[in-house]
Design a binder for this molecule. Structure first.
Ligand code: BGC
Ligand code: NOJ
Length: 816
């Protein structure tokens, strides 16, 4: 069942009923001011840090769902009937029309009732720290409509964690000012904060409210605010309790006409020595912010700002576009997957319906993998990100598992010891170099643990990453796992028996020998990439050493990591195998099958094909590939968090979508385009659109997890938006299945397609030139590209010769 449809032309997803299975959200903002917004206008906004600078309140995990948002009430002053175009927060008021269009960094929600239509456009303009709400109210009756509009937001007292817990203080601190129709929220501005929020409108107001209880009335909710019901705001000034912002605007709309009303919600900071006006008073100095407010209350600025936002996305998404025989592929590659990659670039794992914006810093491994999805769109910012991440590395090559985006420092609460972490830095830098060819990054001086004076080249950081693994090998010669590897829940040294103790931070037991076959595969891949980087720098001697290390580790995997028909997963604290036919549960895990083959292990001796056949036989389901089988049926203290989940969820046998593209890529490496593409479609959200009532999450973005076959809710997705799934699927489809793959020496066109395809076309901007690519393949053929025709000239192989900057080059790739 569908709850909407794709409008590919407009690059929007159109939701045609408000009661989607879960709130289906979108993101506002592109650089420093951000927000989430659901299809019923739920959500909140923040400046840079979703915990420390939260502007508005949202009630996570509430009943009813999705409480708190950017609401507009429309009241017919002739009858007293009131409603909201976003359906929430007045769901009892049926709408005659409803539509939500989620676009790229904007959302448009239209509702109509009783002959009045209200269209709300929400967006945060580029280069500003504010959001615009543009309301267009149309009267479709044949008599004039006398209406009252009420805007509504609830302010968060900045630190979202404190705001949700510290009531003994917070019920006393709330403060506002209201001047010329603009509401200023200034809690704690009187003391150490230099920032405040404002909420303004371009219309004359007939009143306002800033104290929640005055607006709602005692014991009432947002579904029936007293001020809206009676049709008159109370001009309340908040003193403590819950400051809100609500304007009361009266308009008359003539038959067939449309009135436009603008609201602007924003964040501003003042220099500490110019906070108050007049100096010495307690009144916000508004001289600094007034020009911005005035500008954005002008409809012409809003039109231009919205056009600029659309142009911004045109430019970003123009880097890779494809036209294949499959619409679900086209729209994910050209629009939604790329967009999701940019959202993960901006927000890492901080803010979604599943991440409350207070918990997690930027992950070392997550950020390096996210790079795969955005480096081609914003190489300069990818470069900056790499240098930030590398600067948190320790001299041992070890890495803090997370760092804080505001300070860019390693996060001591989580600490280090996730032994896969350092290797991801090599893989992230390799992706950057392949995309840009910018070798200068390798010579950038980068400190350890942000300590001034400790700078060495980025290249030296990469060497230490590799060294970190080699310095920590276990009894089989496989890498020690530490706290965990990519699978955060495989906690082999933890032995936790205390309720609620966090598996990620519990003091590890010492003396164990837990080893990871996954890290071994990842090491082989990373060592080969570092050899490639060394070769670029003409360090042939080093390249030989890294290749030899990769070779040796491959041998170790074949000897101790192979189980007969698939790669084993690990050895535990006591040296007992995990992910083997010898185990009663958890016999086969997906991660080493993917990562070992990505490293090239087993490609020559047939182990790769065998491992992938085992995945197909034992792990693949119609909804995607599950993480392991059989799922653990009880808690196992020696395995940790993985067995804390009921069977079929998350790491315990869920379809952990992040791992699926590894298998797709591995399948292309053994030449199996049919299977690779089949797996791709199983979790492609657009291809799952018809399963709306099963899948339940947004059909336009990937979710981290889909419940596995052991779960009663098999096929149900959770944790949409902020997941490494986005970047990896983008890499799998664009670089491996469609084969448009940046390499150290240039762009390859090396697709591994489904047999029945006859080719596809693509445009790829790469290192300053534009390549117009046509892949031709006879139906039924399963081959690879044998040669290219570059502007009609034959070139053997699949490597496109680099064109001069600004050039446009026609490339035909011939598959035989
Ligand atoms: C989740 C993992 C996540 C980890 C770290 C666990 O509860 O299952 O997917 O990576 O927490 O926050
Ligand atoms: C989510 C985490 O963000 C990621 O780092 C981890 O690899 C996966 N969960 C698997 O546990």
């Amino acid at each position: 069942m569908r709850y909407g449809h794709f409008d590919d032309e407009q690059r929007e997803y159109v939701i045609d009923r408000p009661d989607t299975p879960l709130p289906w959200i979108n993101y506002l903002g592109t650089e420093s001011y951000f927000g989430i917004i659901s299809n019923t206008a739920g959500g909140y906004s923040f400046y840079r840090d979703a915990r420390l600078r939260r502007l508005t309140r949202y009630r996570y995990n509430n009943a009813p769902l999705d409480v708190g948002g950017r609401y507009l009430y429309v009241r017919d002053d002739a009858t007293g009937d009131y409603w909201s175009p976003s359906w929430q927060p007045t769901p009892e008021r049926d709408l005659d029309e409803y539509e939500c269009r989620h676009g790229l960094s904007y959302t448009r929600i239209t509702g109509a009732r009783g002959g009045v239509r209200a269209e709300m456009l929400y967006f945060a303009p580029l280069d500003e720290t504010l959001e615009v709400w543009r309301a267009r109210i149309t009267n479709t009756r044949d008599t004039a409509a006398e209406l009252s509009l009420f805007s509504s937001v609830e302010f968060c007292l900045w630190d979202a964690q404190d705001d949700a817990t510290n009531y003994q203080r917070n019920f006393n601190t709330g403060q506002v000012e209201v001047v010329d129709g603009t509401i200023y929220h200034k809690t704690e501005y009187r003391e150490r904060r230099d920032h405040f929020a404002y909420f303004a409108t371009n219309r004359e107001i007939s009143g306002f409210d800033t104290q929640r209880e005055a607006f709602l009335g005692p014991y009432r909710g947002y579904d029936r605010p007293a001020a809206v019901e009676t049709g008159q705001a109370t001009d309340s000034i908040a003193h403590g309790w819950q400051p809100i912002g609500s304007h009361h605007v009266k308009i008359t709309v003539n038959p067939g006409e449309t009135e436009e009303v603008l609201f602007v919600l924003g964040y501003a900071e003042n220099p500490r020595d110019a906070k108050f006006d007049p100096p010495g008073s307690q009144t916000i100095n508004k001289v600094t912010v007034e020009p911005t407010i005035d500008r954005w209350l002008d409809p012409a600025t809003v039109e231009q700002g919205f056009a600029d936002l659309r142009a911004h996305w045109d430019a970003l998404l123009g880097t890779v576009t494809v036209t294949t025989p499959d619409d679900d592929t086209n729209r994910m590659v050209n629009i939604w997957n790329a967009y999701q990659n940019m959202v993960t670039f901006n927000l890492s794992r901080s803010t979604s319906l599943y991440e409350a914006g207070i918990g997690r810093g930027m992950g070392f491994r997550d950020s390096n993998q996210d790079l795969l999805g955005f480096v081609h769109m914003i190489p300069a910012r990818a470069r900056e990100r790499i240098l930030d991440i590398a600067a948190t590395q320790k001299t041992t090559g070890g890495a803090y598992h997370q760092y804080q985006p505001l300070t860019k420092r390693g996060n001591n609460d989580i600490g280090e010891g996730f032994n896969d972490d350092p290797l991801w830095l090599i893989l992230g830098v390799a992706a950057y170099l392949k995309e840009t060819g910018d070798q200068s990054i390798l010579d950038e001086p980068v400190p350890f643990d942000n300590a001034a004076g400790s700078e060495v080249s980025l290249y030296e950081h990469l060497r230490r990453s590799l060294r970190y693994t080699l310095d920590r090998l276990g009894p089989h010669g496989l890498p020690l796992i530490g706290r965990a590897d990519w699978n955060d829940c495989l906690n082999l040294n933890c032995f936790s028996d205390t309720p609620g103790e966090p598996f990620q931070t519990t003091e590890n037991a010492s003396g164990g020998v837990a080893e990871s076959v996954f890290i071994a595969g990842q090491f082989v891949l990373a060592a080969k990439e570092l050899a490639g980087i060394a070769a670029l720098r003409e360090q042939e001697g080093e390249a030989v050493v890294y290749r030899a290390a990769a070779e040796k580790m491959s041998g170790t995997i074949a000897e101790h990591g192979w189980d007969g028909a698939w790669f084993r997963r690990a050895y535990d604290f006591h040296g007992t195998v995990i992910g083997s036919g010898e185990n009663d549960e958890g016999q086969i895990f997906v991660e080493p099958q993917g990562m070992c083959v990505l490293g090239g292990v087993g490609l020559e001796d047939g182990l790769a094909v065998k491992a992938l056949d085992s995945v197909a036989a034992r792990l693949a389901t119609p909804h995607g590939i599950v993480l392991q089988q059989p799922a653990y049926s009880s808690y196992r203290i020696e395995l940790g968090e993985i067995s804390s989940y009921p069977p079929g969820y998350k790491e315990n046998g869920g379809i952990f979508c992040h791992t699926n593209p590894w298998i797709m890529i591995a399948e292309t490496m053994v030449g199996n385009g049919d299977r690779a593409f089949d797996y791709y479609r199983r979790i492609n959200p657009s291809a799952r659109e018809d399963l709306g009532e099963v899948h339940r999450c947004e059909p336009y973005v990937y979710a981290q997890m889909i419940a596995g076959r052991d779960a009663p809710t098999h096929g149900e997705a959770k944790n949409s938006w902020l997941t490494g799934t986005a970047a990896w699927n983008f890499a799998a489809i664009t670089q491996w299945i469609l084969g448009l793959r940046p390499d150290f020496d240039g762009l390859r066109v090396d697709p591994v397609l489904p047999a029945d395809w006859t080719g596809f076309t693509a445009t790829r901007r790469f290192r300053g030139a534009t390549y117009e690519i046509t892949v031709r393949k006879p139906a039924g053929v399963r081959g690879r590209v044998t040669h290219l025709l570059v502007e009609g000239e034959r070139v053997e192989g699949s490597l496109v010769p680099l064109a001069t900057e600004g050039g446009v080059v026609r490339v035909e790739a011939i598959v035989e």
